[in-house]
Design a protein around this ligand. Structure first.
Ligand code: ATP
Ligand code: MG
Length: 425
């Protein structure tokens, strides 16, 4: 029986994984420069971690989770995002006793039961960070500057940062009433989802993509006009640092973010290219979350970036680099003695850091050369009786066929290694 992968999942084949590795390596290196260290968390958690950590009123918890009972009857859920699990781990492992800010990054798969479309899958990948213990806007700006730095390194030019401040529980309570007073008379014009969430979480209506809802909310009161003094000061501090760090941004009072736990700073990096799913990265501050998950009262901020959408964006902007060639050198051989030598030379080259291959399917020399060409090898060397006797062999370029062949000793492979190492740099 032939099976196919479940809807919404993807196989990442060798032709694309080199780009994925590059994006992940650069992310980890950059995180390190900014003081973030990697955390690895479980793929599934007790369901309540997401109910409390993501929020009962969110789309994620209400309709997107892969929840199941294990054989002992526990309710478990495949992580739909990283923050709740990271905070659960942070609290459980007592990381709050370490010096602040505590900066963590993660690279995970996440699972959501979604309507599958371009840039929207049921299993997808996120790169994210969380920083705990710093209250002021400085760390918000540092984190956004890191993202801006990252997009620059990846060669992404057309990407926009939108920021907003959605207040603290105090100013939000006042705003919530103002918003409800405005929305209630328009209830009939809202979509079904929004009618349902109006009383539970009216700010989410601002986030709705439905045209009718957008018409209604076009002149709704804005949270930015309802911020208390502390939240206003936080927002102006953030803007001042972003200006100083030369990170361009747009203030977008309509960003509310989907998750319940956000406070003050929220942001999104958006692009035109990712189909209708224009958000590549989103995040914000969540000053109440650590406490909500049983830890001390401790501020936090983080973001999560969709890796599929990031790579789609890189492709659209021509920023994807070509994959590395499979081998720098393919060593063809005729006869067993020559094959043994090829095996030894390839192993020495690999130990020196040079990608090398030799024949492993018992093919004729002609077929070996054909394979070498197809495999993307840049150079070939052929070993036969004559080469064994002379103790040297020629290296020929497959990329530049006019280039002169070079002769190397096959007993002392130091010169051969040096030749290829110089090419790799
Ligand atoms: P959207 O509004 O597109 O549904 P979201 O607000 O649900 O996004 P977050 O929970 O903030 O997304 O997740 C952070 C990032 O993860 C998103 O900006 C996006 O790049 C990516 N992402 C979210 N859901 C998916 C998905 N189903 N498939 C692929 N990437 C996703
Ligand atoms: Mg979503």
């Amino acid at each position: 029986m032939k099976s196919s992968a479940p809807k919404g999942t993807q196989d990442l084949l060798p032709e694309v994984t080199a780009a994925w590795q590059q994006v992940e390596r650069q992310f980890a290196d950059l995180c390190h420069l900014y003081g973030y260290e990697e955390i690895r968390i479980p793929t599934f958690e007790h369901t309540e971690v997401f109910q409390r950590g993501v929020g009962d009123t969110t789309d994620i918890v209400q309709k997107e989770m892969y929840t199941f009972e294990d054989l002992a009857g526990r309710s478990l859920t495949l992580r739909p995002e990283g923050t709740a699990g990271v905070v659960r781990s942070f609290v459980q492992n007592g990381l709050a006793s370490q010096p602040f800010p505590q900066r963590l990054f993660y690279m995970i798969t996440a699972f959501r039961y979604e309507n599958v479309q371009k840039g929207r899958y049921r299993e997808f990948h996120q790169l994210g960070v969380e920083a705990f213990g710093s209250e002021g806007p400085g760390i918000d700006a540092e984190l956004l500057a890191m993202l801006w730095h990252y997009f620059g390194l990846l060669g992404l030019e057309k990407i926009d940062l939108h920021i907003n401040n959605i207040g603290c529980p105090d100013c939000r309570a006042v705003y919530r009433e103002a918003l409800l007073d405005y929305l209630r008379p328009h209830q009939a014009e809202l979509c079904e989802d929004c009618r349902g969430r109006l009383e539970r979480n009216p700010m989410r209506v601002l986030d709705c993509k439905n045209e009718g809802c957008q018409r209604v909310t076009a002149s709704a009161p804005l949270i930015l006009d309802h911020l208390d003094e502390a939240c206003q000061t936080h927002f102006s501090g953030l803007k001042r640092s972003l200006d100083a760090l030369e990170v361009p941004y747009t203030i977008d009072p309509r960003i509310v973010r989907g998750l319940d736990y956000y406070t003050k700073t929220v942001f999104e990096f958006v692009s035109e290219n990712v189909g209708t799913q224009g958000t590549i990265c989103g995040g914000g501050r969540y000053d109440g979350l650590v406490e909500a998950l049983g830890g001390p009262s401790l501020p936090g901020i983080g973001f999560a970036m969709g890796e599929e959408r990031l790579l789609m964006e890189m492709e659209a902007q021509g920023a994807l680099r070509k994959p590395r060639p499979a081998a720098q050198l393919f060593i063809g051989s005729m006869g067993d003695a020559a094959w043994q030598k090829a095996q030894m030379i390839a192993q020495n080259l690999r130990k020196a850091g040079v990608a090398a291959q030799y024949e492993l399917c018992g093919r004729s020399l002609k077929a070996q050369m054909k394979y070498a060409g197809k495999s993307g090898a840049r150079y070939v060397m052929v070993l036969g009786d004559a080469e064994l006797e002379a103790g040297e062999a020629q290296v020929r370029s497959l990329i530049d066929r006019d280039r002169e062949q070079q002769t190397f000793s096959i007993h002392d492979t130091g010169a051969l290694e040096a030749f290829f190492l110089a090419q790799t740099e």
